[in-house]
Design a protein around this ligand. Sequence first.
Ligand SMILES: CC(C)(COP(=O)(O)OP(=O)(O)OC[C@H]1O[C@@H](n2cnc3c(N)ncnc32)[C@H](O)[C@@H]1OP(=O)(O)O)[C@@H](O)C(=O)NCCC(=O)NCCS
Length: 151
Amino acid sequence: MKLEINKMQLSDLEQISDKLQQEFDDFWTPNILKQELENKNKLNSYYIVAKQNHEIVGFAGIIKVIDEIHIMNIVVKKDKRNKGIGSDLLKEIINISTKLQSKAITLEVNENNEPAIKLYKKYGFNQVGLRKKYYNNTDNAILMTLTVKKS
Ligand SMILES: CC(C)(COP(=O)(O)OP(=O)(O)OC[C@H]1O[C@@H](n2cnc3c(N)ncnc32)[C@H](O)[C@@H]1OP(=O)(O)O)[C@@H](O)C(=O)NCCC(=O)NCCS
């Protein structure tokens, strides 16, 4: 089924804000996402949303820090996983990073999050570090990075 990826609007967030935890398993609260979209905190952040037949099936957020892009989150609706949507979101992030002439894309991922680690490795991300007890003072975070090719 055709997937459309666009910049996330506040109206998109309204569609999913009461489903974020249950259907997307996302750890961000609607309020934080709303602030990000309204850019109240003046961060250089950018959200994209993936839709199939007008249904929101995934989204991702990035932040530009000098010449690097940091992936804040990438989430696919639970019942739509393993169908390539996460890959399409990640490919779009890589495209955006190329257009912005960023040198690298960085991220942190829970070392127990096998699907996400495999997704990132599939697109060429490498582990560059480890943050001990980064999540809830328990789980370690793997730091990964991808060098962005020049367009
Ligand atoms: C991580 C996530 C975004 C992947 O999205 P997805 O749409 O299921 O991913 P894709 O279908 O594009 O799969 C791409 C690759 O990821 C890996 N992968 C995806 N799901 C997997 C699973 N359940 N187990 C192992 N590997 C998996 C595979 O390598 C896969 O490539 P392959 O199909 O060629 O084997 C999704 O699982 C998710 O939303 N997880 C919860 C939120 C999260 O943890 N985000 C990451 C925060 S850092």
